[in-house]
Ligand binder design. Structure first.
Ligand code: GLA
Length: 376
């Protein structure tokens, strides 16, 4: 018995950082393994979170990125339902934010400019003259400090300090993100941040879902419900025009489940044309900062169904329109047009320039907090 327990503790030192109920490698808990080396020599790790039902979520501290995520179909078969790469080198080559934490400001800021207290700030521009998803080197491209978090469910705590002036933003921002894989097959993501100078902050995750399985065709047969009766029309560079447009009577109406393919190619709708499909922000009906159901996504063949709950006032539904097969994902599969979709919970795009939108300003002494739960 003693020999077995010393063997187990050696194994623990080698790989298992924390087990919630450890009797074998397949039990609930969190396991750390190497994920590769960055060009500057820093090592990235991969953390595998497993719950008692058998759901696994693999997260690397490079970009706080969800690398894979298994969910059960109607027969209880678990399959990877999120797009990503097999190794760190894939992420280093560049991906369209597969599964990563997005910050300091998720979505777009027009022309990369905004003012606070009369002072103008200029951000890095990386998307047809606008600032997108934190700039040239956003939170998706930095190495976070990671450690398992205490608690009865497997959880990973990630920390990053974004220095004053990074990508043009004012203030040292201390960011913490906790991923908790709940026993009810839900992944909870809790974001918090503090600053030492007035700044803006809008954090999200950019997971691409394909509930038929990553790399298994497009998402056009998926059905989506969004608990929103208005959305933000955009200009030709995907910046909101400022209008909050009712969805009723248009292909933007997802107030009941609708197949994504039904309206995605409706070129009679100027907003579908502007987005090249769906790439818009929906304003949630209950847009206070309490946790509420924002979206339900389902795929009829597999029977997989996912709910999105959030404290955020809005959700960006992006239908993978820019995927074109050039990025090769897990299992060497090129991710073609619309083979994954994102449901990014967030404040409205370009809020720093649109005073009628809920504020995304963070002051010293305040704590930014945001929670999103993806539940199967
Ligand atoms: C977001 C944007 C899209 C696109 C993707 C990444 O969700 O809204 O326009 O830039 O990220 O390709």
């Amino acid at each position: 018995m003693k020999k077995i327990s010393s063997f187990l503790s050696i194994t623990a030192i080698a790989g298992v950082l924390m087990c919630v109920s450890c009797t074998s490698g397949q039990d609930a808990g969190i396991v750390k393994s190497p994920f590769g080396t960055l060009p500057d020599g820093q090592a990235a790790d991969l953390y595998t979170l497993r719950n008692e039902k058998g759901m696994t979520v693999k997260i690397t501290n490079f970009g706080g990125t969800i690398v894979s995520w298994t969910a059960p179909d109607k027969n209880g078969n678990y399959e990877d339902i999120t797009l990503g790469c097999d190794s760190l080198s894939g992420y280093l080559k560049g991906t369209p934010y597969f599964g990563s934490i997005i910050g300091r400001y998720g979505n777009r800021i027009a022309k990369g400019k905004f003012s606070l207290d009369g002072k103008e700030y200029t951000l890095a521009t990386n998307n047809i003259g606008n600032h997108l998803h934190g700039g040239l080197k956003g939170f998706d491209k930095v190495l976070w400090t990671a450690a398992p978090a205490n608690g009865s469910e497997p959880a990973l705590k990630l920390r990053y300090t974004s220095p004053d002036g990074e990508e043009g933003y004012p203030g040292n921002l201390q960011v913490e993100v906790v991923y908790t894989l709940q026993q009810d097959n839900a992944l909870k993501i809790e974001y918090s941040a503090t600053t030492d100078k007035k700044t803006v902050c809008n954090l999200t995750n950019h997971a691409y879902f394909n509930l038929a399985g990553a790399g298994k065709g497009d998402i056009l047969n998926h059905e989506l419900a969004l608990y929103a009766d208005r959305f933000l029309p955009v200009d030709s560079t995907l910046i909101p025009t400022g209008e909050l447009k009712p969805v009723a009577g248009s292909v933007f109406d997802f107030t009941r489940p609708v197949a994504i393919g039904a309206g995605i190619n409706d070129t009679g709708d100027a907003q579908i044309v502007a987005g090249g499909g769906y790439d818009h922000c929906w304003i949630l009906k209950n847009n206070g900062n309490t946790l509420k159901l924002a979206a339900v996504l389902s795929e009829p063949v597999s029977g997989r169904r996912m709910e999105v709950h959030t404290t955020e006032p809005a959700i960006q539904f992006y239908s993978g329109n820019f995927l074109d097969g050039t990025v090769v994902g897990k299992g060497n599969i090129p991710y073609k047009h619309r083979t994954g979709l994102c449901l990014e919970t967030e404040h409205y795009p370009d809020s720093p320039n649109q005073p009628e939108f809920p504020t995304a300003v963070l002051n010293p002494g305040e704590t930014y907090r945001s929670t999103t739960i993806y539940k199967f």
